[in-house]
Design a protein around this ligand. Sequence first.
Ligand code: SAH
Length: 382
Amino acid sequence: MNERICALYKKCGGCQMMNLPYDAQLAWKEKQVRILLDKYGKVSPIIGMEDPYHYRNKVQAAFKPLRDGRVISGVYQSGTHRVVPVDSCLLEDETADAIIVTIRSMLRSFKIAAYDEDSGRGVLRHVLVKRGFHSGEVMVVLVSAKPAFPSVNHFVKALLEKHPEITTVILNVNPYATNLVLGPNERVLYGKGYIEDTLCGKVFRISAKSFYQINPVQTEVLYGKAMEFADLQKTQTAIDAYCGVGTIGLVASDFAGQVIGVELNRDAVRDAIANCKRNGVRNARFYCADAGDFMTAMAQDGEKADVLFMDPPRAGSSPEFLRAAVKLAPKRIVYISCNPETQARDLMHLTKNGYKVQRIQPVDMFPHTNHVETVVLLSKGN
Ligand code: SAH
């Protein structure tokens, strides 16, 4: 039995493994990787967290009015729209949790009603908080069902008095019947509208909508392994495929001759280009395209790359991408995956086409959940 167990763990469903002590969770995850990837090579012991609590830098709470006039805030029970009230969570940043509780306690005196999904009445739907663990900067996003949010300026002023650590506040409007937390339009109510944080010595701009790894401590461990596996030389070209906001590519830019990043999401590419400038990186370029199409075009043009970093979504890579990777023939491929099942499938293709798996390193990015992350090094020939 785990010595620190959340009273809500069964109801909430977010922590599938919290009943197990952390050591046993790590052993289970390592075994999952071994079952799927052992046939390609030796699996290194999983790297866990020293302190596997309060690691989430991004916290989201749904708000809901009760019939008796009280308001609850918390998480949707897995697979439902039922709100489980949560004031503090063992995975989430404690500052973020405290801010959400404060906001809930302020609603009545400011006559702000929580949004009711069934009747469509009320305004406040969600609160999203992001905190830069290095910078200490804190973003609060109030998600409103309607463009008009009652006495919003007074509300923000009072909130800042209670939580001076907040550096920016945003009003996001989401009037749609949707599972997405954020709507398309937002207005900055206080501060610069984004936070910045440092990861592996590079500074990244994080806006309300942009993707950023939620466990910064283990992300540094994961990227450290990826850089070690890549063993880049100053004369080499590296590709960062599925690059998001450019984190891996920008970290690699210190060790490589040049870096080429490719990503499908337009906003993420825009952030990657801004992050590149912000860090004064001159040897990286970022492109908005399907990674498979982009790599195929590179291969057709006879371009070469020495190292390929790939970090695809859960579904893994496409056959087209893998064919192009083989044709481009980088000396090393560093494959980061959040789903060892699709990674195993993709490794089959690469190992049948001249690559050999050299290292398999699981890293625990999401303690207490059943998610498993692995970084694999492949190299050409022997
Ligand atoms: N490497 C980044 C992000 C990894 S998440 C990091 O570590 O932060 C996977 C990324 O792949 C997402 O940003 C997603 O938008 C992108 N993506 C999904 N399908 C894609 C495709 N077909 N081509 C290029 N990028 C894609």
